[in-house]
Ligand binder design. Structure first.
Ligand code: AP5
Length: 214
């Protein structure tokens, strides 16, 4: 099994970059999306996660580590995973190290998407997502063909509750405090590949593919 990690602040474009890597055979695992699925299904995990996510703070480490353990336990040796939004804390990174060691997973790169806060605030303010298939749009940068409707399935697009301006600032603060230190953690392992994600989306995607091809 192989894995790569997409690391970067909220709104840096992790989900948008992941869309093209799935075309390259990667299996996209977004812990944020897994948690939103649990919320939609009304599970116990979803009930615990909902209010934390709405406030822009992290859910407990053991909750997300458990979800990732399930993914890896059900995987086959030929699969290649793209982790988006995991790990996000030092504890998660250490637990992930243990898991990949036990399960013989080769972590080959950590793509770091760098993006200034003012760009992020604009992106998240204009983000719209499809509640049915999860497709991601932006009112001006990535508009759907028909205003307000998903190109894939015609569902009415919605704004994420945690994209409210005050929550975006809370998420940026949490990222700086809890996730940014992971850059050093993975730098020491020689895995960090920085990419400027403040460029147009096609350029960012192309640069990520170039980094992975090195
Ligand atoms: P999650 O869903 O992972 O949110 P996030 O990390 O905050 O990231 P986003 O999904 O907001 O942004 P993104 O980087 O994917 O950007 P996108 O491609 O959408 O997590 C949500 C919550 O779940 C967390 O706050 C936490 O509570 C919880 N959680 C999740 N994982 C957890 C974990 N491991 N531990 C604990 N808690 C966890 O792009 C954003 C917008 O910009 C879009 O509109 C897009 O169209 C546009 N855009 C993207 N790239 C470009 C570009 N280059 N140019 C122009 N527009 C662009």
């Amino acid at each position: 099994m192989k894995a790569i990690i997409l690391l970067g602040p909220p709104g840096s474009g992790k989900g948008s970059v992941a869309e093209v890597l799935t075309d390259d055979g990667y299996i996209h695992i977004s812990t944020g999306e897994l948690l939103r699925q649990q919320i939609r299904q009304g599970t116990e995990i979803g009930k615990k996660a909902a209010s934390l996510m709405d406030q822009g703070v992290f859910v407990p480490d053991e909750m997300v580590v458990g979800m990732i353990r399930d993914v890896l336990e059900n995987a086959t040796p030929d699969q290649c995973f793209l982790f988006d939004g995991f790990p996000r804390t030092r504890i998660q990174a250490e637990k992930f190290d243990e898991l990949i060691h036990q399960m013989n997973v080769d972590l080959t790169a950590v793509i770091l998407l760098n993006c200034p806060d003012q760009v992020i605030v604009d992106r998240l303010g204009g983000r719209r997502t499809c509640p049915t298939c999860g497709a991601v749009y932006h009112l001006t940068h990535v508009p759907p063909q028909k205003e307000g409707l998903c190109d894939q399935d015609g569902a009415t697009l919605v704004a994420r509750p945690d994209d409210a301006p005050e929550t975006v600032q809370a998420r940026l603060d949490v990222y700086a405090k809890q996730t940014e230190p992971l850059i050093g953690f993975y730098q020491e392992k020689g895995l960090i590949r920085p990419v400027n994600s403040a460029l147009p989306i096609d350029e960012v995607r192309a640069n990520v593919l170039l980094e992975l091809a090195k």
